[in-house]
Structure formats: C-alpha cells, structure tokens
Design a protein around this ligand. Sequence first.
Ligand code: ACO
Length: 278
Amino acid sequence: MTEYSSNQTVSYDVVDGIAWVNFNRPDKRNCMSPTLNRDMMEVLHLLEFRDDVGVLVLSGEGTAWSAGMDLKEYFRETESKGLGATRQAQRESYGWWRRLRWYQKPTIAMVNGWCFGGGYGPLFGCDLAFAAEEAQFGLSEINWGILPGGGATKVAVELLPFRKAMYHAMMGENVDGRTAAEWGLVNEALPLAQLKDRVTAVAKVLQAKNPVALKATKDAVRRVSVMSYDDAEDYLIRAQEAANSYDNHGRKEGIRQFIDEKSYKPGLGAYDKDKASG
Ligand code: ACO
C-alpha cells in the first residue's frame, strides 16, 4: 500500500524487502522545494532501520526523476526571506543527500526521466544508479545563470573525466540515459519499460548479501577515494574489525559453507546468510 510523507511530496511503498521511494511532485517535474526536502528526510528516517527494508530505491512519479531545485520555492521565495532562510534550505537539502550517501541500507537511483542540477546530489547519494535510455541528464545551472552548486560540480568531477565534466558544466547540454551510462553517471541504461525489472533484480542480489558487510563496503568505497594508499589500507583493517563487532559470525559461516560444507563457491555467488551454522 502506497504511503505518503507529511506533505505528500514523497510517496513510498515497501514490497518484498524493497522500499520504493518516489519524488512525488509530478506536476512540477519533481523539483525539490524546501517542503519536499523536509519530507524526504522524514521518509529516509522512517525507513532506515526498518527490519522489512533491505534496499531503498529512489525514483520519481511521472515523467521526471527530479528537475533539480525548485527555482521558485527553493531559490526565489527562500532568498526573499533573507540569509537565514537560505542557509536553512541548504541545510535541509544537503542534509538528506548526505543522509543518503551514508545510509544504512544499500540505495539505488532509478532514473526514470529528467535529472537536472540539484538532482545530481541524490543521484550521487545513491550507491548504484540505473537509468532509462529515455532519461535526460543536465547541469542546466549555466542556462539560467548560476554555477552548478549544491555539490553538483563535485558530483560531475567525481563521476566524469575532466574534459567531460567541464563540457557538461559549461555547455548546459543534456545527455540521454545511454550516454550517461557510457560516461559513468549511472551504472547502466535500459529501455524505460525494462527499468524496474532490472532494478528489482539488482536489489534482490543485494538483499541476499550480508548486510553488515554491505554497509562496511559501501562506506569504504566512498571513504578511500580521498585517502592515500597507506591511509586506506589502515582504514580498511579498522573498518572490517569494526564490522566484526556487529557481526562476528557471518564471515566465519561464509568460510564454513565453502570449505567444510562445499555448498557454494564465493567466486560464483553469496553464502546462505540465513542458514544456521552446523
Ligand atoms: N523549478 C520550479 N518549477 C519547475 C521546475 C524547477 N526546477 N521544473 C519544472 N517546474 C514547473 C514548471 O514551472 C511548470 O509549472 P506550471 O505548471 O505551474 O507552469 C511545471 O513544473 C511543468 O514544467 P514544464 O516546463 O511545463 O514541463 P516540461 O515537461 O515541458 O519540461 C523540463 C520539463 C525540461 C524538466 C522543464 O520543466 C525544465 O526545464 N525545468 C527546469 C530544469 C532545471 O533547469 N532545473 C534546475 C537545475 S539547477 C539546480 O537545481 C540548482
């Protein structure tokens, strides 16, 4: 059954371990107003530690994933209330994108349509991203006279080679889902009609993995990107040892099922995390 955030700007539905969360302002192409930003934080908070949620998928109602920040409500109306209001609106939007970057559960962006500007924040916030070939991605900020802020320039530089990032930011031209996949903005692009099935299949694979190891892995990939090799080596030792304090059994069971029981091969798939040790 579909549920809604306090102000109806976010919808969500938990089905078979997958939380399907949608931007829900289709008439406004799901652009992000301060209200939507508050609602999204509310929904992320509600879902993060629910036992029946294994994976969170972020998508959009209607033809858009998100047309970026709401130029009227997020910029014009907020600015008219002064600097304090501007800073609060920034905290609220950046806040939920950060929450997403370090979310407890694996996250997937399912980009069904338009994805502009500020939308790159949650796009990067999600661990994986799958797009419709029909989707359109753009850093359109330059087209209305600002730089790609709110992290968008950082996302472009993180995900794209220098020349592509520079062209993308300076030209204000859109790329479709297929090009976004070739460039590395998303993992894959496929026809819109196949998008949900593919995302469901990926979510099912993630759900079968050890959840403590998944959280440690996704954090490690983000953390080590800004570390020296030696720092990363040390961090990864500490991170695994910290993960052991939450689950000191899983990896031993993984070894047991392979070496003793011979019931699976780690090179070919995951151990059965639900099987009690013999
Ligand atoms: N901010 C405020 N309102 C928006 C936004 C936005 N980012 N995007 C769409 N809307 C509103 C439109 O004003 C319109 O409102 P109305 O029905 O009250 O007139 C409604 O959503 C529908 O938009 P249309 O433009 O009619 O939809 P269409 O499907 O023809 O075009 C498109 C879609 C291309 C996404 C277009 O709406 C658009 O260019 N939006 C702005 C994209 C953008 O540049 N976003 C800002 C990025 S920069 C940043 O995020 C910091």
